[in-house]
Design a protein around this ligand. Sequence first.
Ligand code: F6R
Length: 270
Amino acid sequence: MEVIIVPDRDRAALLTARILAKELRAKPNLVLGLATGRTMERVYAFLATFHKNEGLDFSRCHTFNLDEYIGLPARSQGSYRHYMEEHLFAKVNIRPEHTHLPDGGASDLGAECRAYEERIRQLGGIDLQLLGIGGDGHIGFNEPLSALLSRTREKALTPATLAQNAEMFGGDLARVPRRAITMGVGTILDCRRCLLLATGKSKAAILAQAVEGPITAMVTASALQLHPRCQVVVDEEAATSLGGQDYYRWIFANEPEWAEFRDLELLKPR
Ligand code: F6R
C-alpha cells in the first residue's frame, strides 16, 4: 500500500482523476470500477473536464459500480445509477451499455449478485477500482463484520451509514434504503489496482485504522493492506492521524513512479 498526501481535497480529487485518466489513455478498453458518494463528485467533475478539454475517450471502456440500493427504481433520485448519470455518464462519451451497476430492483437478488460477478469475469476483471471509505471503515457497502473473502451480495446498512447517506435523500433518514447490493471485499481484492480517496477531518481516524491498524472485518477497508497494488490518496485533513506521514511524503517526493504527478499545479485542468 502507498499513501499520497496532497494539500487539499481538490488536489486529492485531481490527482485521483489524473491517475485514472493515465490508465484509460494507456488502455482505452479499461474495465473501471467506480464508487459514488460526496468524495467522488470532484473526481468525476475533473474527468468530465478532461473529456471536454483534452478529448479523454471513454468510448471503449466498461464500468462496474461497487454498489446500488435495493428497492429504489433504477433512475430515481438517490439511486446510484442516477448519481452516475448525473456526475459522469451524461458528461462523457461512455456507451450506456458499457456501464454496469447491480440491479437493486431485481426480483431474484441472489441471481443478480451472481450475474454481476459473472459480468465482471466475462470482461476480464476490473483493472482499476476507485474506492471511498465510509465513516465506519466500509469499502463499497461492506459494513463491519463483512467477510474479508465476501463476493457480491445483499447487505443491511448500519445506522451510521444510513445517517451518513441521508444527505443524498434531502436529509430524510426515513427515505434512505436499508439494504443494498455491494461487491464483496473479495471481489474488490481481485481488482488489479485499487485507488482509495479520502478527504476531510471526519475521515482521519478511520483512515488511520484502515491503513495502519490491524486487518480486521470490523474495518473492511483494512483488507486493502492485503492488496498488491493499492494506493490511497488523501488530503492533509484526512492524513492528520497517520503515524507514518513522513515516510509516505518521502516516497511521493522521491519515487520515480510519482514524478509526473508531483507538480500538482501542472495537473490543473487545461
Ligand atoms: C459508494 C461507496 C461507499 C462510499 C463511502 C464514502 O458507492 O462505495 O463506500 O465510497 O461511503 O462516501 P462519501 O464519499 O460520501 O463520504
